[in-house]
Design a protein around this ligand. Structure first.
Ligand code: SAM
Length: 233
C-alpha cells in the first residue's frame, strides 16, 4: 500500500518536491512518520488521545529535522475546516478511518476541500463488496451468507463498523471534485492470517504476490481493503 501511495505521489509531483501532507486518523503515526522521513511536511490529525500520545512519543525519537517537519493535532477529521484553510495540502490520507464514520460523505467532502488543485486524496477502506470472503475462507457459512447484502461487519477488535463499496465511493469522489484516478486491492490473500502470525521466510514473494493481485482483475475486486486515489480537479 505504501508503494502504491508513493507511486501515485511520484506520478503527480516532481521527485524531491517537499509536499504538504495531511494524515487524517493517523493512529500512532506510522505512515505520517514515514512520509516525514522522506522529506515531506506532514500534519497528523487524530481524535484519540492515546494514539496522539503514541505518535508524539514516536516523533520524539526522531532527529530534529524530521521533528520539525511533522505536526500532530488532536481533533476530529470532520473538523478539518476548523484547523486548516481550503487548498492547504498536496496530499490527504485517510487510511482505515471510514469504517468508524457513520456518514462518510461530509468527512470526504471536507478532505477534498483541503486539497490544492491537482492534489491527491488517498483512501483505505474495507471492501463492502467482499465481506463474505473472510467468513467464507474460515468456513463459517452462516456468517458468510449474512455478509452478502450488508455493508456492516464486526472487526477483529469486536467493534461493529462499516465497509464501503467501490461504486459508491467512485460516485462520491466525482461529486466532491476529486474523481477516482486509480484503485488497488489490499490484502487479497492474507486477510485471514491472524495478527500474531509469524512473518514467513519468503515474505518478499508474499508481498510481490499481494502487490500483483492488488493491481489485477478479478483479484483486486475481492480484496479485504481497497486503496482509492482521487485527484482534485
Ligand atoms: C485503524 S486506525 C488507522 C490508523 C492509520 N491511519 C493507519 O492506517 O495505520 C483508525 C484511526 O482513525 C482514528 N479515527 C477514527 N475516526 C476518526 C475521526 N472522525 N477523526 C479523527 N480520527 C479518527 C482512530 O482513532 C484510529 O486511530
Amino acid at each position: 500500500m505504501a508503494r502504491q501511495l508513493d507511486e501515485q505521489m511520484a506520478g503527480r509531483y516532481p521527485v524531491g518536491q517537499r509536499l504538504r501532507v495531511l494524515d487524517v486518523g493517523m493512529g500512532q503515526g506510522t505512515q505520517a512518520l514515514r512520509l516525514a522521513r522522506l522529506g515531506h511536511q506532514v500534519t497528523g490529525l487524530e481524535q484519540d488521545a492515546t494514539m496522539v500520545a503514541a505518535a508524539r512519543e514516536a516523533l520524539c525519537g526522531e532527529p530534529e529535522g524530521i521533528r520539525e517537519r511533522m505536526r500532530i493535532i488532536e481533533g476530529d477529521g470532520r473538523d478539518t475546516g476548523v484547523h486548516f484553510l481550503p487548498g492547504s495540502f498536496d496530499v490527504v490520507l485517510c487510511h482505515g478511518v471510514l469504517m468508524y464514520v457513520e456518514e462518510p460523505d461530509p468527512l470526504l467532502a471536507g478532505l477534498a476541500r483541503m486539497l490544492a488543485p491537482g492534489g491527491l486524496l488517498s483512501l483505505l477502506v474495507r471492501n463492502a463488496d467482499a465481506l463474505a470472503m473472510r467468513p467464507g475462507l474460515a468456513g463459517d457459512w452462516a456468517a458468510t451468507l449474512g455478509a452478502f447484502d450488508t455493508a456492516a461487519y464486526r472487526n477483529r477488535l469486536g467493534l461493529d463498523v462499516r465497509a464501503d463499496r467501490l461504486s459508491t465511493l467512485t460516485g462520491t469522489l466525482a461529486g466532491i471534485g476529486a474523481p477516482l484516478q486509480a484503485w488497488f486491492g489490499v490484502r487479497v490473500f492474507t486477510d485471514t492470517a491472524a495478527d500474531d502470525t509469524e512473518i514467513p521466510g519468503d515474505v518478499d514473494a508474499l508481498l510481490a504476490a499481494e502487490e500483483r493481485a492488488g493491481r489485477t482483475d478479478p483479484y483486486r475486486q475481492v480484496a479485504a481493503l481497497l486503496h482509492l486515489c482521487g485527484v482534485r480537479g
